[in-house]
Design a protein around this ligand. Sequence first.
Ligand code: HEM
Length: 617
Amino acid sequence: MILPLPLPIPSPIYIPRPPSTLLTSKNTNQPKSPSQNFLSFLLNFYLSLQYSLLFLLSLLPSIILVHTMTTHIEDNLWVLALASKCTQENIAWSLLIMASLWLTMTLFYWSHPGGPAWGKYYSTWRKTKSSPSGSSDHIIIINKNIPIPGPKGFPFIGSMSLMSSLAHHRIAAAAQSCKATRLMAFSLGDTRAIVTCNPDVAKEILNSSVFADRPVKESAYSLMFNRAIGFAPYGVYWRTLRRIAATHLFCPKQIKASETQRVDVANQMIELFKNRHSHGGSFSVRQVLKRASLNNMMWSVFGQRYKIEEVSGMEEELSGLVEQGYDLLGTLNWGDHLPWLKDFDLQKIRFTCSKLVPKVNRFVGSIIADHRAHTTQSNRDFVHVLLSLHGPDKLSDPDMIAVLWEMIFRGTDTVAVLIEWILARMVLHPEVQRKVQEELDTVVGGCGARAVTEEDMAAMVYLPAVVKEVLRLHPPGPLLSWARLAITDTTIDGYHVPAGTTAMVNMWAISRDPHVWRDPLEFMPERFVAGEGEPEFSVLGSDLRLAPFGSGRRTCPGKSLGLATVSFWVARLLQEFEFLPCDDGKNGVDLTEVLRLSCEMANPLTVKVRPRRGLSL
Ligand code: HEM
């Protein structure tokens, strides 16, 4: 049965909001309610009182001293006695008052929707008037005093707990309970953050030029990623890197040129799976997929071909460096959000980065030196491309190291993680697996015929639908990997969002939203099979109901290469083998997630395979 395409989103971009939030008149001032006025009066009165008291107490010793000096000492011994007494009390009082002031302010900031970081912002902005935006005939007034709804979290730290463990689940639950799925504010220590679980608002954020930057992350900076595409500040340098990568690594011509390499790696993978099968029993696919993916990227980037089954020292070293990097980048660094904690490096992130970076420099630096020594080599890899740049595009060695390492880093885990999820779904849904295999057999002309090629992929409909359905249920970057940063003040969904705010999109929540997708938790690749005359659903960022590669200026530059690799390797594996559950009684498929840099299966997939054809490779 062919099911229709995903349901259209019923809601318009702006939800109805009380007129106080989004005024469509030229009236600029938002009147405060009487209770708001009274509260703010009380607070101001209390604070002024405390400040005055503190000021007077701190002046008291000086007043007494001056008084003592200007009068007769004998007559005024009582003053000295009082001074000595007062000084001690003074200190105690000052401390007490300062502590209560500090506590009051902390609680006051925390009392705001969104928690302490937003409270600080709103208290400094409280006197700011509403500001108009839009054309003169239809001016939208954004009132900066209307807070974005969101959890308060805890005093000081705000909602740091939301980012621990499976952050996408926690954020989605918090947004539900605050009724803030369109836009939710929360605080990560001193960091103001917003997140959306709505495709329209996601589009507003991702496609806005305001959110073209990334928030500063100490581990990313320590690991040199600010010199590479992912964390480079938005500007000329970042644009240059994207242009170079787009021209020499990710353009259709280059993707086509690297096809033979992907075929070679696929053949190696199949050989390995056959070996594992011949040894009998079930095996975990993760190591093979990770090695295949790493080898493929090393081939594209460094021009070096390795064998999956013969693990060289160099490959082992790089794989170790990449894994350590994932752990560091995937860890929530409290120092990023609580500046007073930064210097202590309690999680040892700076320390570990400082140990890792020299190793990366040595490793990638030696590859660059090797390429410099052999400039006449005919097969040009990405290192050659970077070395051949001239003029304003020319990169320094540290920049080159960062760019090359990032490519290896980003290109390896995403592809392996996605294929593992796809194979898991194939084991769980044998009828879907059978349909893909039937399609493969039809396209190549019989089960025992030639091996499927990348060209054949254009004729396939069901396999791409399976890949999309897995991306929907298991996006490798459920919060789109890395957040965005507002460069200037802006308006999102009618709310004022100040510069410096971190913005996230919960793609995982959007792609499981029952208002957006019919039976969202069902695995139904058919939903992506376009009917006669219907356009195909694109997952490349134009439709925010499913945009696992992000969207807008910072969208994933490797999306076409990533999709081509995943689709082709899955096609080869499914053509070659039937993937079966292992015999441990639990069928080897546990869909529990773990969120590191990407969202992986918490328990590696274990399968049995049955060869489908006896083709020699
Ligand atoms: C299944 C495969 C992949 C997935 C699901 C994926 C996902 C993503 C996502 C969600 C982002 C953030 C986008 C945004 O902020 O809007 C991203 C960024 C990025 N990805 Fe990918 N990616 C994949 C494959 C690759 C590959 C193969 C490469 C390179 C070899 C790559 C390189 C990058 C880079 C460099 C960025 C940073 C872009 C920027 O900040 O300008 N990705 N990716």
